[in-house]
Design a protein around this ligand. Structure first.
Ligand SMILES: [Mg+2]
Length: 125
């Protein structure tokens, strides 16, 4: 049976905010809005970060209370996925889309910071 929703795993430092670890940098408002919109449309969101303990709690609090971004799981698979894996919970979270500043390809909208355009390349500034 197919799934009716998309699973999106998103990194924190350098992705949802500028990387100021262990502090929290400026928010990536475009990405935050995109994720809230996707969740409203039915997507499930997983926070997928190396942060632990208090720094993880700070990140979750920042997302929820400053930006209205509520995750369906934090550094974990969605409960429904665990049963789909036959009851095991692998350490790699399962997602359809992974959004991370360490992505090997150029970020694409709506995740992009900035893409160079011909105008940028031609500017003398
Ligand atoms: Mg990162």
């Amino acid at each position: 049976m197919g799934r009716s929703f998309e699973v999106i795993a998103v990194d924190f430092d350098g992705t949802l905010c500028e990387n100021e670890f262990p502090e929290i940098g400026a928010p990536n408002l475009e990405l935050i809005k995109y994720l809230r919109d996707k969740q409203r449309e039915g997507a499930r969101l997983i926070l997928w970060t190396c942060r632990c303990d208090e720094q993880l709690a700070d990140a979750v609090d920042w997302c929820v209370n400053k930006h209205g971004l509520v995750f369906d799981a934090v550094n974990d698979n969605l409960p429904g996925m665990i049963s789909a894996f036959g009851g095991s919970n692998p350490r790699k979270v399962y997602a359809d889309i992974y959004i991370d500043d360490r992505m090997s390809n150029e970020w694409k909208l709506p995740f992009v910071k900035e893409e160079k355009t011909n105008d940028d390349n031609n500017s003398n500034g």
